[in-house]
Ligand binder design. Structure first.
Ligand SMILES: Cc1cn([C@H]2C[C@H](O)[C@@H](COP(=O)(O)OP(=O)(O)O[C@H]3O[C@H](C)C(=O)[C@H](O)[C@H]3O)O2)c(=O)[nH]c1=O
Length: 176
């Protein structure tokens, strides 16, 4: 596997190295030595799955506030998503900047999202599933988020969402 840096410091694209043969392929999806060498977490105390029957479903953008911010390793295990991370780190040179890419069951890419980022995705196909490895335990009292169309970020989504929660639709503007 390969960790590809992005323009947002610490946000990494995880590119698998598939071993293909006439049966199909095999690829490592996580390697503690590779992650440790890059200074990334190697412990994932909780893992989650997110099932989304409808194309155009938007979830996020979410983050867990201090003192328990969540690093995440996100991959799409069925269908396709446009995955987005927004840098909310105080003092970051790229604060309020976003990065997005397509994650899919076909490309098997993952996105490593450091603590201090908000994360969200838009499904690009029906019957899409997303798998998360979480670097911190969930604490609902610290759950927070920013709005997908907040002018502070100017995220270029491939399409407008057709389905999102009332909470996700009504986060207040981010105080940039
Ligand atoms: C996130 C989370 C939620 N829950 C419970 C809380 C709710 O009763 C239920 C659904 O939670 P929520 O509506 O926040 O789920 P999503 O809207 O899919 O949120 C997720 O989607 C965005 C894109 C993310 O990046 C986050 O990982 C996560 O916030 O699961 C848990 O028990 N553990 C968890 O880690």
């Amino acid at each position: 596997m390969r960790l590809d840096p992005t323009r947002l410091d610490g946000l990494m694209v995880v590119e698998p190295t598939p071993h293909a043969d006439d049966r199909g392929l095999f690829a490592r999806t996580f390697d503690a030595d590779v992650f440790a060498a890059a200074g990334l977490p190697v412990q994932w105390p909780q893992c989650n799955t997110s099932w989304n029957p409808r194309r155009g479903t938007l979830r996020g953008l979410h983050f867990q506030a201090e003192p328990k911010p969540e690093p995440k390793l996100v991959r799409c295990t069925r269908g396709r998503i446009f995955d987005v991370a927004v840098d909310l780190r105080p003092g970051s040179a790229t604060r309020c900047q976003w990065f997005g890419l397509e994650l899919s069951a076909d490309n098997r890419r993952a996105l490593y999202i450091p603590p201090g980022f908000a994360h969200g995705f838009l499904t690009l196909e029906d019957a899409t599933e997303v798998f998360y490895q979480m670097g911190e335990r969930y604490d609902g009292s610290l759950a927070s988020g920013v709005r997908w169309n907040d002018p502070a970020f100017g995220i270029h989504w491939p399409q407008a969402p057709v389905l999102l929660s009332g909470r996700d639709a009504t986060y207040p503007d981010f105080p940039a």
